[in-house]
Design a protein. Structure first.
Lengths: 176, 109
């Protein structure tokens, strides 16, 4: 995986450093646990936590990039993004890259089809809303994502329960 | 997860009830109700889970249109009946004033 932007390089560096520190400190804590276990274990814990968080962020960013490619979204020089063929045809940059990654990450906690649909709706909304309202719309979408995901999972579980009991998933129901 | 008829839910229902046969997409609904998408989408989702609302992707070529496809929502037949009853009930109740206030209406509906 090749880091693409400065923030990703930093995150990767922090992740690697965290893993090294965590690994060394963890080994040290294991070896000298009875003598200096408390301090070494704390360092190991912090290092491992930093490493794990770093790795999660890097992997998340990588999957975000993969999602972008899968959706036909390409980065435009100078920041911003365009959708090849759609918004890109009009030469418009409409979803800031950082926000898009957050949306992609958030969509993972949703049922698969529902997450894709939510992303599609978010993209459509943000594309059409006035430029000055985009930031507020994106913030609103992200802040409401936990509630949205809970409702989606409830709908998904209900749909599967209906399917198991009646053999039908309920005409037109479900958020996919 | 039962559907709670909050003022925001009633605003969405009222927007959809203006012309029950008409399909609205997210931005239209947001403009008609004054709700942010993060508020409107979970509500639409709940309404869809309850079978009051149905939705579909717009059948267009995004390249030709120059924009992403929209997701259109409209009330189902049963949903329209239930939504009418809910909005009428709310207008008579304590939420009527709040509903009118949020929608910027002057007089009683």
């Amino acid at each position: 995986m090749k880091p693409r932007v400065g923030s990703e390089r930093w995150t990767l560096a922090v992740a690697v450093a965290g893993l090294i520190v965590g690994g060394v400190a963890g080994y040290d804590a294991y070896v000298t646990y009875t003598a200096a276990g408390a301090v070494a274990a704390d360092v190991a814990f912090v290092g491992v936590v930093v490493g794990v968080i770093g790795v999660v962020v890097v992997v998340t960013g990588a999957v975000g990039v993969v999602n972008e490619k899968a959706r036909g979204l390409v980065r435009r020089r100078g920041g911003g993004r365009v959708r090849a063929g759609a918004g890109g045809g009009a030469g418009r940059s409409f979803v800031p890259l950082g926000w898009w990654r957050v949306l992609c990450m958030v969509s993972w906690v949703m049922p698969r089809g529902s997450g894709r649909r939510w992303l599609g709706e978010a993209e459509s909304f943000v594309f059409e809303v006035a430029a000055e309202g985009r930031r507020a719309a994106l913030r609103s979408l992200v802040l409401s994502a936990p509630e949205t995901a809970a409702v989606m999972w409830w709908g998904e579980v209900s749909r599967r329960a209906r399917l198991a009991v009646t053999g039908r998933d309920g005409a037109g129901r479900g958020w996919t | 997860m039962a559907l709670r008829l909050t003022v925001q839910v009633l605003l969405v229902l009222r927007a959809l009830l203006r012309d029950p046969g008409r399909e609205l997409y997210g931005l239209e609904l947001s403009e008609e109700t004054g709700l942010q998408p993060g508020t409107a989408y979970p509500i639409l989702l709940r309404l869809e889970n309850e079978g009051w609302v149905t939705s579909r992707w717009e059948d267009v070529d995004p390249k030709a249109e120059g924009r992403p496809a929209r997701r259109y929502y409209r009330l189902t037949a049963g949903g329209a009946v239930q939504a009418s009853a809910a909005v009428a009930g709310a207008r008579r109740g304590a939420r009527g004033a709040a509903l009118r206030g949020l929608a910027g209406e002057g007089g009683p509906a």
